[in-house]
Design a protein around this ligand. Structure first.
Ligand SMILES: C[S@@+](CC[C@H](N)C(=O)[O-])C[C@H]1O[C@@H](n2cnc3c(N)ncnc32)[C@H](O)[C@@H]1O
Length: 221
């Protein structure tokens, strides 16, 4: 089945959903895969595939195919899974060209250190043009509250990435969409989006957020 190529949320397993997209159609990937840490929050909420590097590899293998030549992918990751992520990105032809850190003003966990940062790699397929307005690789963190999703990112964390590494009208893909943050940030910035998510409840939440944004933007126009 072919999917509409913009402003779509697809419920399902992303490596399968991605097969419906033509090669080299996506301008920018911004994504936040499971960190491979067997995450469980205080309420007992867990993440699908958070113990399954092969599932993440299968998705990225399709991501590499659908990215346009000479384009960027920003991928969050968990540093304890660095070796897995490095292998996965290399296998799909993505090369690190930058590394972002978000500094938190609270400790997520304290064992060997107080863990207080999030990180993402800026990855290149081919040789993309340099951004007109590169952003600092140390970024301010905003806590989302994790209400709808156990590892939800704030829209304000994602917006600068989309603004810097894509142009208005660009097609942005997030194959691990969760509660819809990347799609909301893309829509706010006048980009098109395709989001994919395994869990129906998060797809539904993402659609509600996008509907609310649409209504808000309609009122403002
Ligand atoms: C770290 S969360 C993303 C959170 C998101 N950034 C947000 O702001 O809500 C990763 C998401 O990927 C989803 N997921 C895991 N494996 C998947 C797969 N193979 N295909 C599609 N979604 C998947 C999980 O259900 C989870 O919601």
């Amino acid at each position: 089945m072919r999917h509409r190529l913009s402003n779509t949320i697809i419920h399902g397993e992303a490596s399968e959903s991605l097969k419906a997209l033509p090669s080299e159609c996506v301008d920018l990937v911004v994504t936040d895969p499971p960190y491979l840490v067997n995450y469980r929050d205080r309420d007992g909420r867990t993440l699908a595939n958070d113990d399954n590097p092969q599932a993440i590899a299968d998705v990225f293998s399709e991501v590499g195919r659908v990215m346009k030549p000479n384009s960027y992918c920003v991928s969050f990751y968990g540093w304890t899974g660095l070796y897995d992520f490095a292998r996965i990105w290399r296998a799909c032809g993505l090369r690190p060209v930058g590394h972002f850190v978000w500094c938190k003003n609270y400790t997520s966990k304290a064992t060997f250190a107080q863990y207080r940062h999030e990180s993402a790699f800026l990855l290149a397929k081919g040789r993309p043009a340099l951004p007109e307005r590169p952003i600092p690789d140390v970024q301010p963190w905003t806590y989302s509250g994790n209400k709808a999703h156990p590892t939800e990112k704030a829209v304000s964390v994602i917006e600068p990435l989309i603004a810097s590494y894509s142009a208005p009208g660009a097609l942005i893909l997030d194959p691990f969409l969760g509660s819809g943050t990347t799609a909301v940030a893309a829509a706010k910035l006048g980009r098109r989006y395709i989001g994919m998510e395994l869990e129906r409840r998060y797809c539904e939440h993402a659609m509600q957020r996008l509907y609310a944004l649409d209504t808000e933007q309609g009122k403002a126009a």
